[in-house]
Design a protein around this ligand. Sequence first.
Ligand code: 0A1
Ligand code: ZN
Length: 879
Amino acid sequence: MRTETGTVFRLQDYRPSDFLIPETRLIFRLDPRETLVTATLSLERRDPAADVTALKLAGDGLVLKSISIDGKALAADAYEATADCLIIKQLPSSSSFSLTIETEIDPEENKALMGLYRSSGNYCTQCEAEGFRRITYFYDRPDVLSIYSVRIEADRANCPVLLSNGNPGASGDLGDGRHFAEWHDPHPKPSYLFALVAGDLGVIRDHFTTASGKPVDLAIYVEHGKEERALYAMDALKRSMKWDEDVFGCEYDLDVFNIVAVSDFNMGAMENKGLNVFNDKYVLADEKTATDVDYALIEAIIGHEYFHNWTGNRITCRDWFQLCLKEGLTVFRDHEFSADQRSRAVKRIAEVRTLRTHQFPEDQGPLSHPVRPDVYKEINNFYTTTIYEKGSEVVRMIRTLLGEQAFRAGMDLYLKRHDGDAATIEDFVKSFEDAAKLDLSQFSLWYHQNGTPKVTLSTAYDQTAGTFTLHLKQSAIGGPALNTRKPLLIPLVFGLLGRDGSELAYTAPQGVDGSVIRFDAMEKSFVFEGLKEKPILSINRGFSAPIVLKDDFDVAHRLFLAAHDSDAFNRWEAINALLMDALKNAVGQEKTGAALDFPPQILSLMGKIAENDSLEPAFRALALTPPSEADLAREIGENIDPDAIYAARIALQASIGKANAAAFEKIYAANAINGPFAPDAEQSGKRSLRNVLLDYLSLADGGPGRAHQSAMQSGNMTDRIAALSVLAHRFPDADETRTELSRFEHDFRSDPLVLDKWMQIQATIPGEQTVARVRALMNHPAFSMLNPNRVRALIGAFSSANQTAFHSADGSGYTLFAEVVTKADERNPQLAARLAIALRSWRSLEPVRREKARETLAVMAAREGCSIDLSDILERTLA
Ligand code: 0A1
Ligand code: ZN
């Protein structure tokens, strides 16, 4: 683990490396405690004329065993090796030479899960962003591309499976119970894409033939006995490969594609060339153990990692400031893939909900940073929702501005022009400018200017002139001060609707291109002519720009859009806004002690939506789900009292349930699924509708009977978990809840991954008594502080999805949180830093909680031995 503090990395300091490493040969002699790594690097001076006399390579916690150049051991004074770096001071003057380094590492002790480590007895690696330097000394930076040849030697009994990147080569016996396998990856790659896996694993195999007829062997490796649970992931992989050919013309480029599922992993998955390593949570699924949401995530993440083969691997990043080059673009691609596989409208709504719940608070708080940052202390802390999700939104806006065809032409040009490169955001944008013959310089501000843009609109209709004026003003929440902000180019897809819901014809003003308003000034008016009736405006359709929109729409306007907008996203948006307004009003009432009431037309709207068979069930489920407590907190923005928010939301849900019980009951029954389980969009939509209704009906009943019934009858995990959440969250003290929790625990006692769901449900029971419950669960045999999935299921859920308990007024939630974050930090700083972001919005809390939160952060930040990862987050949060 790196321990030096205070180093700040800046984009402006970027310099190419002095040397290139065209080839890298690695030999691994695997041993749990003493693995020997022999690395032979062919080094080439980038500029043979330059007077470069020393070579500095990065390391992290390494023990150097030997070092030689061109086969000759180096004299002791020819180099300096510390755990964190290797400096060779005497170099041959030749333009190229070969450097051989032998290091020893301890995979068993590696609990940070970066570099080479052991998970359930199997060896695996994680090298992004800077894990390769924990394996050997190297130019561990993404712009140094090398062709890797790898030889793995290991005990045959413990490690029958030996995998690395690229295509398989020789393999054989070594005597003494050991064997070897060789791998060669012909595609030059940066060190962060290196991977090795060795262990005793089960496998499922399949094949894919690429568009040009090349056969590819596919394999997914999982723990023995879990092979069947990888079949859906394999299906998703094949669909991903086909989709990337059809939609982006990207064909796979090796003879094999391997995926390995491991149970200890810091993130979701990793796109290592030809050898993707996955958190097992995103591979394993069957009807009895995975929910529909799990299936959808598996499909999305399998797609995401596969799509990286072109956007990330064939074209990688010049430096880590360019992270969104691969991540934003690849998220955009996986979103499109999921939209094509399922319902586009439902997918878009889900994306926007995620963006608002996670990215908006980040961008509006102390951890706000541009999509393309220009400074960081710890790159691991920049795998953020801004880089990923806002980065994807920026790509989506490019498509909106260019249109489908020019966008595809820009992508084709980017892929062709930069294949084999370590590229930058400028390269990416230039490809679209050149393909579409467009100037995107103003648009590029989206990459550089942080904060959530806010657009305030007002409208006026002049009956006699037949003109409709739309006045737009831009500002931002978070990011640079308003007077220093430059106007963004904001693409707003829109429509003007007539009273019958049809799109009205008009003469468009300048700056309007078809259905897109290009809003490019701090303030601007757009005058539409030729309108004989007052139009009803639908704007930011499909959430064409990732902004906060302050409109002047009244309830009637929203109800109209909810019923008639041809844009499904904006129908949902109108419903969501109505619910948000009702909730905000109720929070105000709750704070003054007034009785909570909700407009009857909102309550009946919910009934109408549920009954509207022309809407797909998944859409209805989303429309029937009120904004989350976190969304409401963000919308209110200051002086947050989580108890008032909770009270308002549950009161609204109970009122909706009671007002529509009869209708809901009917719809619940009508959407029952007969026949075998399928994790497809249609069935999962019905299940989600039924389960939203189950919650409403249970609130209307005021008792656990219905949810208990459903839990007992459920044949799949989606329904079982939904029923269990209703029981635990609505009736935590009921006997039925205790019974069902025990039954679940018993059924999955030997499957910690499934038990995570059980932990998560209990960690999110509202109310401060959950603090004690979480403490008790930390002593459960299935819990482990060393496994990130376990910690996230219990502590991550508690701190990020349980507003009332985490923010308990007595501070007990924060105390527990600080204990766990500190403990995690001792072994796994990345995990600790990710948990710590749960307190990033502390400044919006009411004063008592705010002070307790600040103190908690300050104490954690002052702790001696706090990792760079964690202190970077804490310091920025407090700044
Ligand atoms: N590139 C991966 C994400 C990832 C990043 C860092 C990691 O290190 C612990 C692991 C994975 C992706 O976008 O899927
Ligand atoms: Zn990615």
